[in-house]
Design a protein around this ligand. Structure first.
Ligand code: ASP
Length: 346
């Protein structure tokens, strides 16, 4: 009887050992993951044209980053190139197409981090740099600092040879209309000061006017991870407000030991929960998988009343796209170049 029990016990142990190996074998190995913001993105509010446009834009960004990785480029180059494509695309709340502040400006934040060295760079509140992610990289590589803000960051970006544009370059009508709607919702007093048009007259039905940040995480052929995030922040944010995206450890983080992470969502909650670093710490100190760690931190954000999502990629090509909103623009490429793009929850 005792012998039979031992035999069964041994058999169960064998199955337990075999299971994770099997799961790992079946899992695709990803090299690049991106997001284009999380929020109330519902299929019923989407036109086929709009859906096709978002899908095409996400694919284009993924193809750009994948090309860099394929040709042996670094994960840092890949995330920068990918985010630049999304910054140029007015569909997303980064670079051109950024949301407006309360007083009608486009103030941009971005960060980048190297998982191998844990070097990092960030800019916040810039209004004239065409590609804020490249300014973040310049801060990382060409200064002894990690974060630069406002006119100083702009001066530095110019000195670094980056493209400088007139602030009006970032303006789009649809983001302007979003601001008018929020102002209308917020208070009649604020609305009066801005001489807005009634939202009904603008034809706004259900604008997801709060989110739309972009981010990328990549794993290169040398096994190094990198992360980058770029955003216009949140519609109607107060003058000088800085969100989580450019804050290393809150909206952006990368460490070869754990994962590369880029977040999107209600920034204040991501700052208070130190979300990106928390995910990394759960992997480093508790041994959680990237997926379990991602789900844990998003739950924490939700429990506190915040919403949003994140993407994270580990050194073995395992990734997660966790979010607690109705949708998140997102996509990924596997080692073999297979591209996937998703928008809605399921
Ligand atoms: N997290 C960004 C911020 O709070 C906004 C977003 O992700 O949409 O600035």
């Amino acid at each position: 009887m005792k012998g039979r029990f031992c035999y069964v016990f041994f058999f169960i142990c064998l199955i337990q050992l075999w299971q994770p190996v099997a799961a790992q074998k079946g899992a695709s190995s990803y090299v690049l993951v991106i997001h284009g913001g999380a929020g109330t993105i519902l299929k019923k509010n989407m036109t086929p044209e709009k859906e096709a446009a978002y899908t095409a834009s996400l694919k284009k960004a993924l193809e750009t980053g994948y090309k860099v990785l394929q040709s042996g480029g670094s994960s840092l180059d890949a995330v920068e190139a990918t985010v630049r494509v999304l910054e140029d695309d007015s569909l997303f709340n980064a670079g051109k197409g950024a949301v407006f502040t309360h007083d009608g400006r486009n103030e941009l934040d971005a960060a980048i981090m190297n998982g191998k060295t844990r070097a990092a760079g960030a800019v916040a509140g810039v209004t004239t740099v065409r590609h804020p992610v490249s300014a973040a990289r310049a801060v990382m590589e060409k200064s002894e600092h990690v974060m630069m803000v406002g006119p100083g960051a702009e001066k530095f970006a110019k000195e670094a040879g980056l493209e400088i544009v007139d602030p009006s370059y970032f303006r789009t009508q649809s983001r302007w209309d979003d601001l008018q709607k929020v102002l209308w919702d917020d208070s009649v007093a604020a609305a009066k000061a801005h001489a807005y048009t009634k939202p009904e007259k603008l034809g706004i039905i259900n604008h997801d006017y709060k989110f739309g940040t972009v981010g990328a995480v990549a794993l290169d052929k040398q096994g190094n991870l990198a992360a980058a995030t770029s955003t216009g922040g949140m519609t109607n944010k107060k003058y000088g407000r800085i969100g989580d995206s450019p804050i290393i450890g809150a909206g952006t983080y990368a460490n070869n030991k754990t994962a590369a992470i880029s977040c999107t969502g209600w920034g204040e909650f991501y700052i208070r929960n130190v979300v990106a670093y928390d995910l990394s710490a759960l992997m480093e100190y508790k041994g959680l998988s990237v997926q379990a760690a991602g789900n844990t931190v998003i739950k924490k954000v939700g429990d506190m009343g915040g919403d949003g999502g994140l993407i994270a990629l580990d050194r073995n090509g395992h990734m997660t796209m966790s979010f607690n909103t109705e949708g998140m623009y997102r996509g990924a490429v596997t080692k073999d170049g297979k591209i996937e793009v998703h928008i809605y929850k399921n």
